[in-house]
Design a protein around this ligand. Sequence first.
Ligand SMILES: Cc1cc2nc3c(=O)[nH]c(=O)nc-3n(C[C@H](O)[C@H](O)[C@H](O)COP(=O)(O)O)c2cc1C
Length: 209
Amino acid sequence: MLSGITGGELLRDPAELAVLLRQLRARIKVDFSVKCRAGYDDPRQIFELLPIFADCGVDWLILHPRTVVQCYKGRADHQLTAEVAAACPLPLVVNGDINEVETGLELLEIAGVVGLMLGRGALADPFLFKRLRQRQLDPVSQAERSEQLRGYIGDLLPGYLEQFCGERQALMKLKDLLNFIPDPERQRIFGKMKRAQSLEKFRRLLQDV
Ligand SMILES: Cc1cc2nc3c(=O)[nH]c(=O)nc-3n(C[C@H](O)[C@H](O)[C@H](O)COP(=O)(O)O)c2cc1C
């Protein structure tokens, strides 16, 4: 009988985690990946978890090298990623603070690393995937960045209106998104957009990004 704990809390009980993984493995007919932090409160716990993942028939590991208790504090420890890649019997996908092409390309150089997972970096700049694939190290011009942001946020508007409950909630979600875009050049206009009281106002301000 499983206790019902989920997410990072599972790392507090590796025996229960193993039971859950075996049950999932028995039912999953396609590739089975596990995404996890390096440990609950000890970043080196991952080295105890690796044999568990392999024994339970997991196909891929996605590592975010912070601990659960660390939340988002500090930096993702990609020195640890390199150590895990050397010890990991599974193909490893790296996650955590991959916000520039250079960081992503450096991580892909590590033997055993087969891919990248982007979170906040992709919210800030969805074109990061394309630039990584094209190994494009040069930053885009400010004019191009403005055009990309107008297109990206503008394209989200109809989808958010459909997905969320009404204009007010869509506007709130769009404002949330701006918090993930650490763009010093555009903080002033983002500030105005975050204060917009209607989607129409937000849409008009978007033209000045
Ligand atoms: C808005 C948001 C939603 C997230 N939702 C999930 C989720 O549902 N499941 C999950 O495993 N991680 C989730 N994460 C964590 C990310 O997948 C990722 O592990 C973490 O943000 C570190 O990567 P990053 O530095 O590229 O953002 C979420 C992160 C953000 C910012």
